[in-house]
Design a protein around this ligand. Structure first.
Ligand SMILES: *[C@@H]1O[C@H](CO)[C@@H](O)[C@H](O)[C@H]1NC(C)=O
Ligand SMILES: *[C@@H]1O[C@H](CO)[C@@H](O)[C@H](O)[C@H]1NC(C)=O
Ligand SMILES: *[C@@H]1O[C@H](CO)[C@@H](O)[C@H](O)[C@H]1NC(C)=O
Ligand SMILES: *[C@@H]1O[C@H](CO)[C@@H](O)[C@H](O)[C@H]1NC(C)=O
Ligand SMILES: *[C@@H]1O[C@H](CO)[C@@H](O)[C@H](O)[C@H]1NC(C)=O
Ligand SMILES: [Zn+2]
Ligand SMILES: [Zn+2]
Length: 478
């Protein structure tokens, strides 16, 4: 009888979503986990507002056209979109080994008390926590704080605060280890293993402390905020001694933004510290999972001799919000979520899929149909997602000629660029776009990134100089 009910249930859920392909891999020793990030709940969203500049405070007064039930590309996410996202995760894969949730839960606004307050920040986090518990009651959830999980935004202080106190209470049931909960309440970071995989240590970092927008303390005078780097190195050393594995999770990533020249997220001294930790402990770090940019991308870390050591995966955002950062043109994205596959013996991530909602279509259909956007190994034609494979892939992307329509490497570059906005921005990726993508992905350090951008600029100058010389030679000889 139970079997009949179960198979009916499975048939029922498949029948409801014919467009969703199941990820259930046939490979042995394969586990899965979701990475969910940047929900940015806009609880003021009102698609029926008479004045188009008053649909959502997150538009910063910009006119919002075609506001629909699931949100708008100029606004943060209404509850209906967030609810749809979490239920879509369940429909696509209801039994992941765990879920990573890397922060930013409130809307973008100026720091006006009118829209946000400490109470409202906590309430937004609570509502999302409740939703995850409702939909995934038996799944391990590992979370990190974002810069928008504080009021005023990005100003999380070092050490205890109302925010850490309240979120520690909300998330306490997810902690299987009292000392991890104590560390979190004290400092906003923690290390915890997933019950079913006791040799896999999830290290959740407090990255708002490293963020250039955080003015709650004088970063020039604080070498290691909250003693986090010291704690991180000690933890990684201990994990190495135990012959175990670590995943690093967090919100704000090190390195540079691919859509704005020279825009980095960490104070540069912390950026270097972070890179040095990765270089020193890459043997025990099997993956890094961050977000914050709302774009789907990744970062590569290399040894001093240029060997690929580690990949940091940056998850797309659920919010479609168009960034107001200067220099970005049309910087919205479709809502996206990432599903990883990993080897349950070595804990190596082996593949991932991105699922997304075509927001424009969802609004015009008044129905949210989440679909597979792409699968890394298939769409990027790589055998796995190891540092070596991603490095090889990026060498091809870097060598691509953006003008060659039928060239394999350019097809990869164009896919990388399209997926960056979760298939929102369909613009052609030209030489400048290519340089920015390549330099952001492969050069996380200040000096490496500057050299990469300048090298590309020098190449343009060299080409112009060569053309002038050829022209002059031709002119003189004729
Ligand atoms: C959330 O999504 C579920 C599944 O689609 C639906 O049954 C429920 O009504 C939704 N709730 C809200 C508040 O939108
Ligand atoms: C949280 O959910 C409650 C119950 O649905 C709702 O009344 C409240 O407005 C929500 N709070 C926020 C900040 O979204
Ligand atoms: C945290 O909560 C405890 C117990 O409610 C309280 O005594 C303490 O003052 C709070 N700390 C902060 C920084 O809010
Ligand atoms: C921050 O610390 C640096 C280094 O100690 C010091 O030179 C600077 O004056 C401080 N800035 C402020 C605003 O206190
Ligand atoms: C922004 O991108 C969308 C989707 O590609 C496109 O439809 C729209 O015309 C673009 N808007 C501007 C102002 O470029
Ligand atoms: Zn965000
Ligand atoms: Zn953020």
């Amino acid at each position: 009888m139970r079997l009949v009910v179960l198979s009916f249930f499975i048939w029922g859920s498949l029948a409801r979503s014919p467009s969703v392909t199941s990820v259930k891999s046939t490979r042995a020793n394969t586990g899965t986990f979701w990475h969910l990030s940047d929900l940015h709940l806009d609880f003021y969203y009102n698609s029926a507002a008479a004045d188009p500049s008053e649909v959502c405070p997150s538009s910063y007064g910009r006119k919002v056209e075609n506001a629909g039930p699931y949100g708008n590309y100029r606004c943060d996410a209404p509850w209906k979109l967030i609810n749809s996202t979490v239920y879509a995760m369940k429909e696509i894969n209801s039994n992941p080994d765990f879920i990573l949730w890397t922060g930013d839960d409130t809307l973008h606004t100026n720091d006006q008390d009118k829209y946000l307050s400490p109470q409202l920040v906590v309430e937004a986090i609570k509502n999302i926590t409740d939703l995850l518990n409702e939909v995934f009651p038996d799944t391990a959830i590992l979370s990190s704080l974002g810069n928008h999980d504080y009021h005023p935004k990005s100003q999380l202080p070092i050490g205890p605060s109302w925010l850490l106190n309240e979120t520690a209470d909300l998330w306490a049931p997810w902690f299987t280890d009292q000392s991890a909960l104590d560390t979190f309440r004290e400092n906003g970071f923690y290390r915890m293993s997933v019950t079913a995989h006791s040799d896999l240590n999830i290290i959740s970092l407090n990255t708002p402390l490293l963020y250039t927008s955080n003015k709650a303390f004088n970063a020039s005078a604080v070498e290691d905020p909250g003693g986090q780097f010291k704690w991180l190195e000690e933890s990684l050393q201990n994990i190495r001694d135990l012959k175990q594995t670590a995943y690093l999770i967090g919100h704000v990533p090190p390195g540079y933004y691919e859509l704005v020249d020279y825009k980095h997220w960490y104070y540069l001294q912390y950026n270097e510290k972070y890179i040095n930790v990765i270089k020193k402990y890459s043997d025990v770090i099997s993956g890094q999972f961050f977000a914050h940019q709302h774009s789907d991308t990744f970062r590569l870390f290399y040894s001093d001799s240029g060997a690929p050591l580690s990949v940091m995966w940056l998850a797309p955002g659920v919010t479609p919000w168009m960034t107001t950062l200067q220099g970005v043109n049309n910087g919205s994205n479709n809502p996206g979520i990432r599903l990883f596959e990993f080897d349950t013996v070595t804990f190596t991530p082996t593949d991932y899929e991105v699922y997304y909602l075509d927001l424009y279509k969802a609004n015009s259909d008044n129905m949210a149909t989440w679909k597979l956007e792409y699968r890394a190994t298939e769409d990027y034609k790589i055998s796995d997602i190891s540092p070596t494979s991603m490095d090889k892939f990026m060498k091809a992307v870097a060598s691509a000629d953006p003008g060659c329509e039928s060239c394999e490497s350019n097809i990869m570059l164009q896919k990388l660029s399209l997926y960056n906005s979760v298939s929102y921005n369909t613009a052609h990726c030209d030489k400048t776009c290519q340089t920015n993508q390549v330099c952001a992905i492969t050069e996380v350090s200040e000096s490496g990134h500057d050299k990469c951008l300048r090298g590309a600029a020098d190449k343009v100058k060299q080409t112009i100089a060569m053309m002038v010389v050829i022209f002059l030679c031709f002119f003189i000889s004729s």
